[in-house]
Design a protein around this ligand. Structure first.
Ligand SMILES: N[C@@H](CCC(=O)N[C@@H](CS)C(=O)NCC(=O)O)C(=O)O
Length: 269
């Protein structure tokens, strides 16, 4: 269900393109990349996830699940990043026509594991959250799945859950590497498409975790090609605060020194 009826009826009279997003959210990154590819301007509504701005009643009246991104086009509201990038590209575009629906679907499914592993191997750098923040989030947010995820994160994810997420992620990247091994330039063939847009943030995110991409050399070479595009800089790199990137890198080194980094889990170990 790509298009939804907004609970906040004032959205219906808003003209132009509006994006509710967060700088580091992978789902937001793919939307910003496609907006850049299409050369489309939009009004940016940034949410500060560190301040849990997605837990306010106002935002939950825009996105019923209280997640980012949400996208509005001349009063029509869309959620789900994979649906949003298709809407932005438009039915007639080469970006959409050349895309492989199976790869879009796989990117969508891969999101849950990306999220778990991001929280475990990157976001933990900041240490335990203040109790008041957790309690306020649990009280204000309506998304039970997200709330349970946050409780699990705070309690510490079970080893088996991390192992399984690593294994599914490795299988996903291996599938992409296998596709690319026939010499194609991009994930769905020789044309850059939404398949590439959908997967670019995932590669970037796991690169931050020091994922062993040398084991999937075709995928690594693909990423060098797509990362050279202006849309990658505009939609992703420029939104990444340098101090945060440095903090992630330091945390990854700490986990490596402890022997608890991502390479110690699942099939990577
Ligand atoms: N399937 C959704 C997933 C949206 C999602 O999970 N968004 C994340 C950021 S990428 C979020 O809002 N997380 C809130 C949180 O972690 O508190 C999509 O593709 O748009």
């Amino acid at each position: 269900m790509p298009e939804i009826e907004p609970a906040d009826k004032s959205l219906k009279s808003m003209k132009g393109r509006h994006l509710w997003h967060a700088p580091l959210s992978s789902c937001s990154q793919r939307v910003r990349i496609v907006l850049s590819e299409m050369g489309q301007d939009y009004e940016s509504h940034l949410l500060n996830m560190e301040k849990d701005e997605h837990a306010t009643p106002e935002y939950q009246a825009i996105h019923p699940n209280g997640l980012v991104p949400a996208y509005l086009e001349d009063g029509r509201l869309f959620i789900e990043s994979i649906e949003i990038i298709q809407q932005i590209a438009g039915a007639e575009s080469e970006l959409l026509e050349a895309a492989d629906p199976d790869l879009l679907q796989r990117a969508d499914v891969a999101q849950a594991d990306l999220k778990l592993l991001t929280f475990e191997f990157l976001f933990r750098f900041s240490g335990p959250q203040p109790k008041e923040r957790s309690e306020a989030f649990q009280a204000k947010h309506q998304n039970e799945v997200l709330k349970q995820f946050k409780r699990d994160y705070e309690a510490g994810f079970a080893r088996e859950r991390i192992d399984a997420a690593v294994d599914r992620t490795a299988a996903g990247f291996q599938h992409l590497d296998d596709l690319l091994s026939d010499g194609r330039q991009f994930l769905s063939g020789d044309t850059f498409s939404l398949s590439d847009v959908a997967w670019m943030p995932n590669f970037h995110r796991f690169q931050l975790m020091n994922w062993p991409f040398d084991r999937t050399p075709h995928l690594q070479a693909w990423f060098e090609r797509v990362a050279a595009r202006d849309s990658y800089r505009v939609g992703l790199v420029e939104w990444q605060p340098e101090p945060l990137r440095a903090a992630f890198a330091e945390y990854v080194k700490k986990r490596q020194a402890e022997g608890t980094d991502i390479r110690q889990y699942g099939s990577l170990a």
